[in-house]
Design a protein around this ligand. Structure first.
Ligand SMILES: [Zn+2]
Length: 113
């Protein structure tokens, strides 16, 4: 259900953008989704496509850019990604690490005809 409300808010943004330029036909929309954003891409894609007929934009296709979680070590500055929860720097072993990407969630590009 969460992805349905996310899909609706994306459509609201798209409709606002179309209004600003006086309408048009949406061709493609690029969305950036960070791994930590809490958005499930497959579910979001399902709802975005479910709504496109209702919105009168049956031709639009959605594209997604996935951003992995990335950390930076506060001790040595090393940046790294992990594929399982592990919050220590693989280079120096420090646990002084912070998340520097992975929370992203935004519309990157809208193509209109
Ligand atoms: Zn380090």
């Amino acid at each position: 259900m969460h992805e349905l409300s996310v899909a609706e808010s994306i459509w609201n943004i798209l409709e606002d953008e179309l209004k600003k330029i006086g309408g048009g036909k949406l061709l493609s929309v690029k969305i950036v989704i960070g791994e930590l954003s809490g958005v499930v891409p497959d579910a979001l894609d399902f709802y975005l496509n479910l709504l496109k007929d209702d919105k009168g934009q049956p031709d639009v296709t959605f594209h997604y850019t996935h951003v992995p979680v990335k950390f930076q070590c506060g001790s040595c500055g090393h940046t790294f990604t992990v594929d399982r929860p592990m919050f220590a720097c693989p280079q120096c072993g420090s646990v002084d690490v912070k998340i520097i990407s992975g929370n992203e969630f935004y519309i990157e590009e809208i193509e209109v005809e």
